[in-house]
Design a protein around this ligand. Sequence first.
Ligand code: F6R
Length: 259
Amino acid sequence: MEIVICKTKEEASKLAAQMITDAVKKNPKLVLGLATGSTPVLMYNEMAKAVKAKKVSYKQVKSWNLDEYVGLPGTHDQSYRYFMNKNLFEKIDIKISNTHVLDGMAKDPEAECKKYEEQIKKAGGIDIQVLGIGSDGHIAFNEPGTSLASRTSVVYLTPSTIKDNARLFFKGKEKEVPTRALSMGVGTICEAKKIILLAFGENKQNAVQQMVEGGVSQFCTASALQLHNDAWIFCDEASAKKLKLKKYYAWRSATKMGK
Ligand code: F6R
């Protein structure tokens, strides 16, 4: 794991966006795994700026998103399809037909998940997977107690995730948040060739500490990334606060990145 600790989330988002821009320039047919939530928004804005400045093009890039709520159509303003269209796809030159988000309205959700895994495999696998982290240490919607070998499937949200996500729903009401989602599994995520995880803010302190310095455990599914040999964790100072070796990580990553 490479832990990059920046003063601000703005700085961390710029570095992460640059990593993606460089990778797309190198391989215009890159396969991206994408995340929703508030964390990657600044990074998506930076990626869009690079497209606007004609530094990079996503015309041949394909993407697969991590997850989607069961029961929300892509037109619902809290669906992850809607989020991706608004926060990234409409701002870059990617072909919408090359973007994939699980269908939360699928009649046969398990078949939808199986199809998704097959599509990713056919595309040659994910080159770079973008992740956020839940305050309970989840990646995608893989909540505590999920097997670290799990594949894309129907999953059940914890009360803590429902509470965290309620702020985005009608009047912030927890009962508006779907209790189930379709989500890439931890095993699926860990097959990506490179991982970029972003973590910002004080409420991610415990999750970040567990992910990086706790044992590998299904109680914090992000800890599975300890077994990945090209995982980059971009933190701001607030989320990195509880890391015991934060000075060492900061020095090591700065040296490696030539800063
Ligand atoms: C989103 C996702 C989630 C979020 C996590 C953090 O597609 O899979 O794991 O990354 O819940 O959410 P935010 O960024 O809103 O704190």
